[in-house]
Structures are given as C-alpha cells and as structure tokens.
Design a protein around this ligand. Structure first.
Ligand code: ADP
Ligand code: NI
Length: 213
C-alpha cells in the first residue's frame, strides 16, 4: 500500500468513526480489496482504483448530505495530498458515476471507475449482500417478508431511495439484477457465483417460511 493510499484509508476511517456506526469503513475496506483484485485482472491503475475505492463513500449523500454536492471531503483530502487538479477531477467524476442507483445508474467512463463500481455492487450480493440486506432491514424496522407485497421492478433512483418494501423484495428489486450490470469480465464471474448463492438462500427461505423444510 502506498503512502497516499494509507493516508486515504486513515482519512476515511476518521470520517466514518466520527459520523456513523463505523460499519461503513468495513464496507469501504471490502470494496477496496475487491476493486484492487479486479484492477489487477483488468489492467487498471492500482493507485487510482484504490483512491476511488477508499473515497467513494466519504461524501455519501445519506451520511454527509452537506458535503455531497461538491464532494468536499474527497476534494480537500486530495488537495492536501497535492494530487493534480486533473486527477482530482477524474476521481470525483468516477465517484459520482459510481453512486447513481436504480434505472438512473451510469457506466463509469474509466477502467478504474468500472472496477470500483463492480466492487461496490459485488459487496451488495452473495453472503455479504444477504447480511447487509437484513442488517439494513433491521435498522429501518422493515418486515423481512410479506407474501401480500409483490416486488416493484424498474424503480428510478428516487423511487428506490423512498421505497419501504420488505427485505426479501429488495433481492428482487435490486440484488438479483446486479449480476447483469457488471462492467468487467472478472466481476461477472464473481457476481454469477454470488447470485447463485443468493438464489439458493431465497429458495431455502421460502421453503422454511411455508413449513416445507
Ligand atoms: P449504495 O448507495 O451503496 O447502493 P445503499 O444505502 O443503497 O448503498 O445500500 C446499502 C446496503 O443496504 C446494501 O447492501 C443494500 O443492498 C442494502 N439495502 C439498501 N436498501 C435496502 C432495502 N430496502 N432493504 C434491504 N437492504 C437494503
Ligand atoms: Ni459503497
């Protein structure tokens, strides 16, 4: 890990420690590790990929609504590291492209942005995705499942953000669709395995719900 990546890691850890439960740093670190693995396989620049990964949530609209429009945390960190303004713009552009959700999502225009977006999406599926979905559902006091509430497909970012449906619906509304939205070949393979694992989980969940197992 370069000095600059270490500094970015410390910067993100401090922000998340002050402003939330600290769990988002765990997510950031998983995204960082996966993004670097993808970058290596895809021939993307590792330092740029690492910086985008470590900074991708430091101006998250849910945690830091004040700094989100200008990505002020990311920009002030990068200026403190004397990163060139061109490189800062490229990093900010990637961070913005990564965070669009639902039908409004966009494909980042650099290989580094693509790797981090894939890593961010991979962290929402598989065993990690199941765990995060139920953790989110619990924190927001959502029902796990309600057979009377069918999933709503193709939501815009706004509908997605305001949706109050069950945690099981979230698998159909978002998580099972992520596999088809991967940018890189390497991520597609990982996404296929993680999605198969979630489908197995859902099958088991419904069998147990019905008292069939
Ligand atoms: P991101 O901006 O990275 O997509 P979100 O805040 O949308 O992050 O989601 C954070 C985590 O919480 C993800 O793992 C996501 O799948 C999960 N999550 C988001 N919305 C829901 C929901 N309605 N029900 C269950 N899990 C959710
Ligand atoms: Ni993220």
């Amino acid at each position: 890990m370069t000095e600059r990546l270490r500094a970015a890691l410390d910067f993100a850890s401090n922000l998340f420690r002050e402003d939330s439960s600290g769990h988002d740093m765990d997510h950031t670190l998983r995204v960082y590790r996966t993004a670097l693995r993808l970058a290596e396989e895809e021939g993307a620049d590792p330092e740029l990929t690492g910086l985008i990964a470590l900074l991708h949530d430091v101006d998250d609209v849910k945690l830091f609504p004040g700094t989100n429009p200008g990505l002020e945390h990311a920009v002030s960190f990068l200026r403190s590291q004397e990163v060139s303004e061109d490189r800062i713009s490229a990093i900010c552009q990637a961070i913005r492209q990564i965070s669009f959700a639902g039908e409004d999502s966009v494909v980042p225009d650099t290989p580094e942005g693509k790797c981090v977006q894939d890593a961010d999406r991979l962290d929402a599926i598989g065993a990690m995705g199941i765990a995060r979905a139920f953790a989110y559902g619990g924190a927001h006091r959502r029902r796990m499942y309600d057979p009377a509430q069918p999933p709503k497909l193709h939501m815009s970012e706004e509908e997605y953000r305001s949706s109050k449906s069950t945690t099981i619906n979230h698998f159909y509304e978002k998580l099972l669709q992520l596999e088809s939205r991967m940018n890189t070949e390497s991520a597609r393979d990982l996404a296929a395995a993680r999605t198969a694992y979630m489908r197995g989980f859902l099958e088991e969940f419904f069998s147990e719900w019905e008292g069939k197992k």
